[in-house]
Design a protein around this ligand. Structure first.
Ligand code: SAH
Length: 396
């Protein structure tokens, strides 16, 4: 194994068991080492600290596999890590028949660059780093050995692969052919998922607990569901007794799927789907004086990197302000951010400023977080990315 050295004083994050080593911290950052190769990471005094995967194209030059410098990164290593991820999902009770969950979540499961979502007996996998890519066959084989995995489909088409100089790749990977449409259930509600063509791997399991909360509070309400994707919140709201739902998304296939998902659960009326830009639609609704009893705002990541911080914060505030304005007295605003760079405190501040601008007094009823199948690893604060607020609005 090649020895790589950190510059003096740059081992601090590693000593706190944080797995990311940026090129600026590495003495041999331009070393000729193959993509994904396992290297021994040492401090500036040549003391071994960890073993990790070398990413020559990325600023994130090394992702640590193990903080035990003796640990061999082989099939057994991946078997142990996958088993730990599965055990954790058993503990939190998400490995139910016909259901789905995130089975492996990258850094949060100490497998940087590996994401696996389970839909019934089918797995959708993403390899997003050079290290993950190198062990693609091993990981696929081990996944196929799990009793509940019958077929595996690859969705390595996320844009982050570009940063690793890896081309996009999708397709059937192992086992039974993964069907075009998979039916899953979540809390007794039915959803169709298209692993082959949906966004990411097809469905946002990170919103599972948020859907439960929306269901609980939606009774009797006229709901505006913005960035609806395939209608997860719409189904949850109707299940909770919502009076009507207006969905909007820029993706027509997503809206068609939302209609299918609503029908699967017996909801065939009192909803409308609008294909278009939510930022514009909210303004149109406001200028027409429309009002709702619940507004859900779940945009895509509006802060993709630190440089987009100010612009992204403005966009979140703009959405929340318009959301508050569209609410009746006693209405509820559920606004979310899946940007890792946004923390809960800042999101609360932005939401508070938006309420002030809209002339609304609001109380926080609930704080949303990603569902526990997307664990937060304490040593890696970046694994906590999804946050949201449910605010009860009492207008001045
Ligand atoms: N709330 C969804 C997940 C939302 S993901 C759920 O419950 O599953 C974000 C969604 O926003 C995607 O479906 C994407 O198509 C949509 N989107 C992104 N930018 C948009 C825009 N400017 N206007 C409308 N929809 C947009």
């Amino acid at each position: 194994m090649k020895r790589i050295h950190l510059l003096p004083g740059r081992e601090k994050a590693l000593c706190r068991r944080h797995p990311w080593i940026f090129d600026g911290a590495v003495k041999e950052k331009n070393a000729q080492i193959a993509a994904g190769e396992t290297v021994l990471v040492c401090d500036s005094k040549d003391e071994p600290l960890a073993v990790g995967a070398w990413s020559p194209a990325s600023q994130l030059r090394i992702r640590v596999w193990s903080f035990d410098p003796q640990e061999k990164i082989d099939k057994d290593f991946f078997r142990r890590r996958i088993a730990a991820a599965v055990d954790y999902r058993k503990t939190i009770g998400v490995l139910e028949d016909n259901s789905g969950c995130r089975l492996i979540y990258s850094e949060a499961d100490k497998l940087p660059g590996v994401i696996v979502d389970l839909y019934g007996n089918y797995a959708a996998i993403q390899f997003l780093s050079a290290g993950a890519e190198l062990f693609r066959e091993t990981i696929t084989e081990l996944l196929g050995e799990l009793s509940f995995v019958k077929g595996i489909f690859e969705r390595s088409d996320a844009s982050v692969r570009k940063k690793e100089n890896l081309p996009p790749r999708t397709g059937q990977l192992a086992g039974e052919t993964v069907p075009d449409v998979i039916n899953i259930e979540e809390n007794g509600l039915k959803f169709e998922v298209k692993i082959h063509e949906g966004q990411k791997t097809g469905f946002y399991f990170d919103l599972r607990t948020a859907r439960e909360t929306i269901r609980k509070f939606a009774g009797g309400r006229k709901v505006l569901n913005m960035f609806s994707y395939t209608g997860g919140f719409a189904v949850a709201a109707f299940a909770g007794g919502a009076k009507s739902v207006l969905n909007a998304d820029s993706s027509l296939p997503a809206l068609k799927q939302a209609e299918r998902n609503l029908a699967l659960n017996g909801f065939t009326e009192n909803f409308r789907n609008i294909c278009g830009d939510v930022f514009q639609l909210l303004r149109d609704l406001d200028s027409r004086g429309e009002k709702f009893d619940m507004v859900i705002l779940d945009p895509p990541k509006l802060i993709p990197g630190k440089s987009a911080m100010i612009k992204g914060c403005r966009a979140y505030q703009d959405l929340a302000r318009l959301g508050f304005k569209l609410l009746n007295k006693g209405g509820l605003l559920a606004n979310f951010s899946c940007s890792g760079a946004m923390d809960m405190q800042l999101f609360q501040k932005i939401t508070a400023d938006a309420a002030t601008e809209a002339g609304a007094d609001a109380r926080i009823i609930h704080r949303f977080e990603q569902s526990p199948d997307h664990p937060v690893l304490l040593s890696v604060p970046e694994t906590f990315y999804l946050k949201g607020l449910l605010s009860f609005v009492e207008h001045n």
